[in-house]
Design a protein around this ligand. Structure first.
Ligand code: GDP
Length: 444
């Protein structure tokens, strides 16, 4: 999980100051000592840490905190604002050319996740922004890079432009843009060559592609888990090419967060997207404020809602709502819901986006076990159509058969039937409630 170590330490520190009715300089000093250590341990660039601590300290002993009625909370607000600022403040949006296609050059070292990210970005552009991207295979050196992009293209049903590995990348890029115009694609994503290290040949080739295509964006893909190395790579690429944005991959496995917190300050280049997993839908637009909120345990409900919106089929959602209203919700609908939730990503990652989730005792070993969902699915799949639609017909003989078919125990089958029954009762109560009362059902 992203930023886990840092989040734990900072949240512990903030907890101590949260409820304080009075905050004096000594309190702030003590808190900032802990914040400093937490950031250094998270592998944040030392100069960035120094500046951050200085800015927060100045504000925290200033008027805006001392005069406030809840100084403890005010200090936390300052920390959150400065963390947000550190990561770039406002969300940095992707360019849209007034003369399509918008050209995006994807650059980076081998293994950073460049090819995967090119696919993910095309997928996101189509799903979230309703665009028609085309992928371009211009990495002619790494064996299998072209094939990899073509396979990804097939997987997400996206066209891939390729001229094999005997034509120069500059020529490939040039022809791809002509082709995109012909076929009315509004985005062209060029997957350029990577190397193990930054070298002159690579930079020269990238500069040539840049000069010829005049890209609207040059995105550097870097691996968050490499910490300060990622920051150094970003600095070199920026000096030589002039980046317009960074895509930070593998944030799902980065418990420290050093790169995410340092890149913007050190290179003055915004992080535009973050990779949160290997799957094609595991790319998110980067929102500094939401990320700061997550790090401080205040949750990220907005991203959660967006994920839901992107994954839920609107027609199906409407149909489901109707079924809930008329209480004709069946086990098949239930199965479908589980599938929808699963598409959004690992459940415990989703739960961690809820405010205060870290404070729920025993959250770590809570039974939001993916396996258990699999068991529930197996039980439902072992039911006949009639049983799924009218669970009341399930007698003990049928229960035995379902248990056997799904490889689960009769107790588990009973538990699921009971839960389903309870859920339906709840839906009925909810749908029978007078309108005014329903308003109370708000997101946390
Ligand atoms: P390239 O050499 O830079 O083109 O790298 P690839 O696109 O081939 O990716 C290298 C590896 O990193 C692959 O196994 C990807 O699945 C993996 N990867 C890429 N992005 C992410 C991410 O955001 N999270 C995780 N966990 N893995 C990723």
């Amino acid at each position: 999980m992203a930023f886990e170590g840092l989040a734990d330490r900072l949240q512990g520190t903030m907890q101590k100051i949260r409820g304080k009715g009075k905050v004096n300089e000594a309190d702030v000093k003590e808190m900032m000592r802990e914040v400093r250590l937490a950031l250094l341990e998270a592998d944040v660039n030392f100069k960035v840490v120094k500046d951050f601590v200085k800015r927060v300290s100045e504000r925290a002993v200033g008027q805006e905190v001392l005069k406030s009625l809840t100084p403890g909370q005010q200090v936390i607000k300052v920390v959150k604002e400065e963390l947000t600022e550190l990561m770039g403040g406002e969300q940095s949006k992707i360019a849209v050319s007034t003369r399509p296609p918008t050209v995006i050059m994807m650059v980076g070292l081998q293994g950073a996740g460049k090819t995967t990210t090119t696919g993910k970005l095309a997928n996101l552009l189509r799903k979230k922004y309703n665009r028609q991207p085309m992928l371009v295979a211009a990495d002619i050196y790494r064996p299998a890079a072209i094939k990899q992009l073509e396979t990804l293209g097939k997987q997400i049903n996206m066209p891939v432009f390729s001229l094999g590995d005997q034509v120069s990348p500059v020529e490939i890029a040039k022809q791809s843009i002509e082709k995109a115009k012909e076929d009315h694609h509004d985005y062209v994503l060029i997957d350029t060559a990577g190397r193990l290290h930054i070298d002159e040949n690579l930079m020269d080739e990238l500069k040539d592609i840049k000069d010829l295509t005049k890209p609207d964006e040059i995105f550097l893909v870097v691996d968050a888990m490499t910490g300060q190395d990622a920051v150094n790579v970003a600095q070199s690429f920026n000096e030589q090419l002039g980046l317009t944005g960074v895509v930070l991959t593998k944030l799902d496995g980065d418990t420290r967060g050093g790169a995410a917190l340092s890149i913007r300050s050190v290179t003055n280049t915004p992080i535009k997207f973050v990779g949160m997993g290997e799957k094609m839908d595991a790319l998110e637009a980067f929102h500094p404020e939401r990320m700061a909120s997550r790090i401080l345990g205040m949750g990220d409900v907005l991203t959660l809602i967006e994920k839901a919106q992107m994954n839920v089929d609107e027609d199906k959602a409407k149909e489901l709502e109707k079924k809930m209203r008329t209480a004709s919700f069946t086990f098949d609908d239930f199965l479908e819901q589980l599938g929808q939730v699963r598409k959004m990503g690992p459940l415990d990652d989703l739960l961690k986006m809820l405010p205060g989730a870290n404070k729920i005792k025993g959250m770590d070993n809570l039974s939001i076990d993916e396996k258990q969902i699999g068991h529930v699915e197996a039980i439902i799949r072992s039911m006949t159509l009639q049983e799924k639609e009218h669970p009341e017909v399930i007698n003990s003989g049928r229960k035995k058969r379902i248990a056997k078919g799904s490889g689960r125990s009769i107790q588990e089958v009973n538990r699921l039937l009971k839960q389903f029954e309870d859920m339906k009762k709840m839906m009925k109560q909810f749908t029978n409630m007078p309108k005014g009362k329903k308003k109370g059902f708000k997101l946390p």
